[in-house]
Design a protein around this ligand. Structure first.
Ligand code: KG4
Ligand code: ZN
Length: 352
């Protein structure tokens, strides 16, 4: 089974072709990605109109290249998948409408994929992880812990009540003048900083419900930066390192609470999986590796390039759904908001 996956929900235009192997795992035949970072950098964040226009300009060419690199034609595909949300609606419309047009013309099934489900299932593409597993999903807009029980069967155990982890990285980076995107910039600065210089708070730690809160930490960092400004390069590096250390502690503590909640709801998970752009952070990966070792859990974190937004994860989620007959008709709508666990109350920040 081979599926084309299209991703246009934020600031990466991506197209990929993924196949499912006989053993159930995935094989990436091509994975084309065009980052718009340079076009948004001057504005300190993603400008939705610029993003949508850039997706329009890039998507057709990327699909051609993805097919060529895979050595395939449209006729060889079993389905066309696109992220139909959540995300910036202008961009989502570009990818989804492209997929609809291709599905109509080629008479192939259309699969409207939840972008978060793409992140959530990537560990099955890379490592064939069986259900159920505990998922720690951290991206620019979302931070949640989920019990992944089966395709389409996701139980939200906890989520952030304010900022997403990636959002906190981005806001602190902006505050420190490190530009956009913030995660990689903070990680780079932190490498040469002193993580013990500032004792920033670790919000929510110790609480049994596996929710997150990042806004108090962000405020504490802002107040410290204001207090000592003008910031020297050493100050910036020390703040970045101390902030990252606080985030790492929060993530490990909340994941521990998530594991407890998982056991109460669904027994023992086969693995702990981390996904989303923030999971590409090396300090976070190290801390989760240590935590998994202590608890005897198998830890799976996809390679960094498959943690940040990409087309392969959309193609893979498309394969998983297509195999279960979960296809969509051409009237399926693009969705700016789209929770993975539809039965859960909207999260306090309204985003998941
Ligand atoms: O999953 P993703 O690529 O896009 C969304 O769906 O949001 O995640 C992007 C987020 C951004 O907030 C970015 O700053 C963060 O992931 N990120 C990182 C790192 N690389 C990306 N955060 C911390 N450390 C990193 N190395
Ligand atoms: Zn994402």
């Amino acid at each position: 089974m081979r599926v084309l996956g299209i991703e246009t929900t934020c600031d990466e235009t991506a197209a990929a072709i993924v196949a499912r192997k006989r053993d159930g795992g995935g094989e990436i035949l091509s994975n084309e990605i065009l980052s718009q970072v340079a076009q948004h950098a001057a504005f300190g964040g993603v400008v939705p109109e610029i993003a949508a226009r850039a997706h329009v300009e890039a998507i057709d060419g990327l699909i051609d290249v993805a097919l060529a690199k895979a050595g395939l034609d449209f006729a060889d595909l079993d389905g066309i998948a696109a992220a139909a949300g959540p995300g910036l609606i202008g961009g989502v419309l570009v990818g989804l409408t492209t997929a609809k047009a291709l599905a109509l013309v080629t008479r192939k099934p259309l699969i409207a994929v939840n972008h978060l489900e793409g992140h959530a299932l990537t560990a099955r593409l890379t490592d064939n992880v069986p259900f159920p597993y505990l998922l720690l999903l951290m991206s620019g807009g979302h931070t949640q812990l989920l019990a992944m029980l089966g395709v389409g069967d996701y139980l939200r155990l906890g989520a952030t009540v304010d900022d997403a982890v990636g959002e906190a990285f981005d806001k602190i980076a902006k505050m420190l003048g490190l530009g956009y995107p913030g995660g990689p910039a903070i990680e780079r600065e932190a490498l040469r900083g002193d993580a013990t210089r500032f004792a920033f708070p670790r919000p929510m730690t110790g609480r049994p419900v596996p929710n997150f809160s990042l806004s108090g930490l962000k405020t504490a960092v802002r107040m410290e930066a204001e207090r000592i400004k003008p910031l020297t390069p050493t100050d910036v590096a020390d703040i970045a390192a101390s902030f990252q250390a606080a985030v790492v502690d929060v993530i490990v503590d909340r994941t521990r609470a998530g594991l407890r909640a998982f056991r109460e709801a669904a027994g023992r998970p086969h693995a702990l999986v981390a996904a989303g752009g923030v999971a590409s952070n090396a300090a976070i990966r190290r801390a989760l590796t240590r935590f998994a070792g202590e608890t005897g859990l198998r830890l799976v974190i996809p390679p960094a390039a498959l943690c940040t937004d990409n087309g392969a994860m959309i193609a893979w989620a498309g394969i998983e759904r297509l195999e279960l007959g979960l296809t969509d008709d051409l009237l399926v709508a693009a969705r700016p908001r789209w929770p993975l666990d539809a039965s859960a109350e909207p999260s306090p920040n309204g985003k998941s």
